[in-house]
Design a protein. Structure first.
Length: 276
């Protein structure tokens, strides 16, 4: 069974009656099938009106659920979104970026999802809707684990919301893989720095992905950076203890010790990247 509604209300009506696999860009769904046929009911939301694009709405920036990574790259956004733009260029090939959606990346909930660290440093919230109403969940509360989210069977994601007061300063994203392009992360880091008139740090947010089941903010480091001069000395504030709560794994791409050491270096590079 396959349905492709053109309105949110029509999609929600279908979700209220049966269980569906929700499909947007399809860049995770189809590869996961391998050589198997589609057997579950598919609800294709790619034709829903009004869910694509990035815009300022009151006190928030809204990234519509059908916004693609190419949309992120081409949009004229404040420097605080630079990390998200850099991550967008790391999501597969240009063909994938043209099709894959930002919301799909977080709903897939891979520990190595490129979009999650840049959204975490922007205090992103996920907007979901069902026939019962609307919910806003912090991204950290939405992603529960490896391929697990708080999305209910009768809900769809309609947007990602970024508080305007957080979308300040400059940001940077750094990813380490076994090759330059078309690769799953060994480790990745997003950082955002705000400065005052004396060029000292007034706000900081740093997150690390692919080193835990869910990407993590480095709250201790963020506090340690406050009031530091916004210069090359920022890298010296990064200590391995700031990453001690992460839980990197051993896998085919790297072992846990290497991941931990690499992540620490990537944090330093991401902070320095915020200076340029």
């Amino acid at each position: 069974m396959y349905e492709r509604p053109t309105t949110v209300d029509a999609a929600l009506s279908l979700l209220a009656k049966d269980r569906w696999t929700v499909l947007a860009g399809g860049t995770d769904f189809y590869p996961a099938l391998r050589d198997q046929a589609v057997t579950e009911p598919v609800l294709d939301i790619s034709a829903l009106k009004g869910l694509r694009g990035i815009r300022r709405e009151g006190n928030s920036w809204r990234i519509g659920a059908l916004t693609t990574w190419s949309d992120v790259i081409s949009d004229n956004l404040p420097p605080a979104f630079d990390a998200l733009k850099l991550a967008a260029r790391e999501v597969g090939s240009v063909q994938i970026q043209n099709r894959a959606t930002v919301a799909g990346n977080i709903c897939n909930a891979s520990p190595a999802a490129d979009g999650v660290p840049p959204l975490l440093i922007l205090d992103a919230a996920v907007e979901t809707v069902s026939s019962r109403g609307k919910r806003h969940l912090a991204l950290a509360d939405f992603i529960l684990g490896n391929r697990a989210t708080a999305l209910r069977p009768d809900e769809i994601v309609t947007g990602i919301l970024i508080p305007a007061e957080i979308a300040q300063g400059r940001s940077h994203f750094v990813k380490l893989g076994t090759r330059k392009y078309l690769v799953i992360s060994i480790a990745m880091v997003a950082a955002r720095i705000e400065t005052g008139v004396d060029n000292r740090v007034t706000g900081a947010s740093v997150s690390v992905g692919a080193c835990s089941v869910v990407a993590q903010r480095l709250r201790g480091l963020e506090q340690a950076l406050i009031a530091k001069p916004c210069d090359d000395s920022l890298a010296q504030a990064v200590l391995s203890a700031h990453l001690a709560h992460l839980s990197p794994i051993d896998d085919i791409r790297a072992n846990a010790d290497y991941r931990a050491e690499a992540a620490c270096e990537l944090v330093r590079r991401a902070l320095l990247g915020c200076l340029t």
